[in-house]
Design a protein. Sequence first.
Length: 158
Amino acid sequence: MSFAEEWAGLKAEAAARLQLNGASTMDPHPAPSDADLVIHDDELGKIGDFAYQLHTNLSADGKHAQTASEAAGTSLGSDGLEMGKALTAASKAWAKQVGTLLDACAHISNHLDYSKTSRKKEDAWIATRISASKISDYYVVPQDEARPSVPKAQGPIM
């Protein structure tokens, strides 16, 4: 069985399993007939761009009230009010949550950039491997019975 036949069989089996599990096989961007995995750079680009814009805006706007909240918390705390401590704690918790969200946005944006680049490298590597594997089609490999046999030596070898 050739690689192409085996690959076609595996794709058909996967499609049948998706239908048995009730998963939709409808694709908003149908792949060309000779492709089985298609990633649309424009869709990844939109998501990555949105994550980058969210990161940029959040880094400025997320810290908008931090200075004022900390100043108010310190002032109220120095006056002996428990609300000052609570406000300072809330400000620190808010800053930590904004930092976590900023890290997540940066991770999404960076990961999509990495995925796009790595997919292109993998596609180039696969294309090279497939074209190299076709070289074997041009070799004439003798069958086992057609190969010359070399008799084994009889007796002691000195």
